[in-house]
Design a protein around this ligand. Structure first.
Ligand SMILES: [Zn+2]
Length: 324
C-alpha cells in the first residue's frame, strides 16, 4: 500500500476569507500536513486577491514537493455567491469581484487542477463529514462571523440552487430595523453578526469594544447594555432559525463562526427562543460546530478529493456529502 503513488497523493485546501486566508496540505484522511495563513489584500482590489490566492497555492505546492507528495488537486473556497457548476465567483461584497471564472484563472496561473467552492457550504460539508453533523442526513450549518450564511443538507444532499441558497443572514427579523449592506432593512446580519453585536454595544454604551467576544464577556459579567444587545442577537437568530426549521426541517443545527465561540452563552438563549417559536415541527438539536475556523479549509480539501477520482479515505458516513 505504502508504495502505491496514489495513496501518497495530497490535496491543497484554501479558505479565502474577507480578512485572511487559511491554506493547508491535506492527506487522504483530510488531515493537515502543513498549514499557511496570510492576510487577504482586499483593499488592493480583486486582482491582488487573485494574485495572493495563486501565490499561496504555489507555496503549498512547493511544500508538497519537499515532502515528495504529488498534488491531486486544489480546492479553493471563497465568500459571496459562488456558482459551483460554472466554477465562477459570481459576486462578493467583501472582495469586490463579479462573474470571475476563478477556477480557470487559477489553473492557468498555477498549472494545478482547481475546484472552486463556497466557504460556508464547504464548512458545512466538513462539519457533516468530520465534525458536529457526522452521519446526519438533514442539517443546517450556520456560520456567524463578520456576516451570516448557512449551508443546507437535505436528505444527505447539499442544497446550492446556483449558489443562492443559504443566505440566512438576509432573512428580515426586524421590519423597522437598520439598513443592511445588502440594501434591505432589518436583516439578521444587522442584529446578530459579530460585527453588528460589537457595533450595537458601542452605539448603546458609548464604549468601544474590539469585537463581539468583548460583548460576550461583558454579558457574562452582567453588563446590562451587553445583555440587551446579546438578547436581541439571540432573538434574531431564533426567529431566522424557526423560519429555516419550518421550511427545511433539519434534525441538527450547527452554529459556527466567531460568535459561536461564546458557547452556551449563545446556544442556550437561541435554543430556548427556537423552542418557544416552534409548535408541531420536528425540533432540531442545536449544537456548536466542532471544527472551528478550520472548517472552510478542511471543506476545501474535501471538495478537492471529491472533484477527482480520489475519494477521501474517511468517507464512511453515507451522508452523500462526502462523495458521489
Ligand atoms: Zn441584508
Amino acid at each position: 500500500m505504502a508504495d502505491n503513488p496514489h495513496t501518497r497523493e495530497c490535496v491543497l485546501g484554501l479558505d479565502v476569507g474577507g480578512t485572511g486566508m487559511k491554506g493547508a496540505l491535506l492527506d487522504r484522511g483530510v488531515r493537515p500536513l502543513e498549514t499557511v495563513r496570510r492576510p487577504t489584500p482586499r483593499a488592493d482590489g480583486a486582482p491582488a486577491v487573485v494574485d495572493a490566492i495563486a501565490d499561496t497555492l504555489v507555496t503549498l505546492t512547493r511544500k508538497a514537493a519537499e515532502r515528495g507528495l504529488p498534488v491531486h488537486r486544489a480546492g479553493v473556497v471563497v465568500p459571496g455567491i459562488v456558482d459551483d457548476d460554472r466554477q465562477t465567483a459570481v459576486w462578493s461584497a467583501n472582495i469586490g469581484w463579479r462573474d470571475l471564472p476563478l477556477a480557470a484563472l487559477l489553473e492557468e496561473r498555477t498549472g494545478l487542477r482547481v475546484t472552486l467552492g463556497h466557504d460556508v457550504r464547504a464548512g458545512g460539508v466538513a462539519e457533516c463529514a468530520l465534525g458536529a453533523a457526522r452521519g446526519v442526513q438533514n442539517a443546517l450549518f450556520v456560520a456567524i462571523g463578520t456576516g451570516i450564511a448557512a449551508a443546507l443538507v437535505c436528505d444527505g444532499k447539499p442544497i446550492r440552487s446556483g449558489g443562492y441558497a443559504g443566505e440566512l443572514g438576509h432573512v428580515v427579523v426586524e421590519s423597522e430595523g437598520r439598513p443592511c449592506a445588502c440594501g434591505s432593512t432589518g436583516c439578521l446580519e444587522t442584529v446578530a453578526s459579530a460585527t453588528a453585536v460589537a457595533a450595537a454595544y458601542t452605539v448603546r454604551s458609548g464604549r468601544t469594544v474590539t469585537g463581539a467576544a468583548d460583548v460576550a464577556a461583558l454579558t457574562a459579567q452582567g453588563d446590562a447594555v451587553a445583555q440587551a444587545v446579546w438578547e436581541r442577537a439571540a432573538r434574531g437568530l431564533a426567529d431566522a432559525l424557526a423560519t429555516a426549521t419550518a421550511l427545511l426541517a433539519p434534525e441538527l443545527i450547527v452554529l459556527g463562526g466567531g460568535l459561536a465561540e461564546a458557547g452556551r452563552l449563545l446556544l442556550d438563549p437561541v435554543r430556548a427562543g427556537l423552542d418557544e417559536r416552534l409548535s408541531f415541527q420536528r425540533r432540531p438539536l442545536l449544537v456548536r460546530a466542532e471544527l472551528g475556523d478550520q472548517a472552510g479549509c478542511l471543506g476545501a480539501g474535501l471538495i478537492a478529493w471529491q472533484a477527482g477520482s480520489g475519494r477521501p479515505s474517511h468517507d464512511r458516513q453515507g451522508t452523500g456529502v462526502s462523495g458521489p
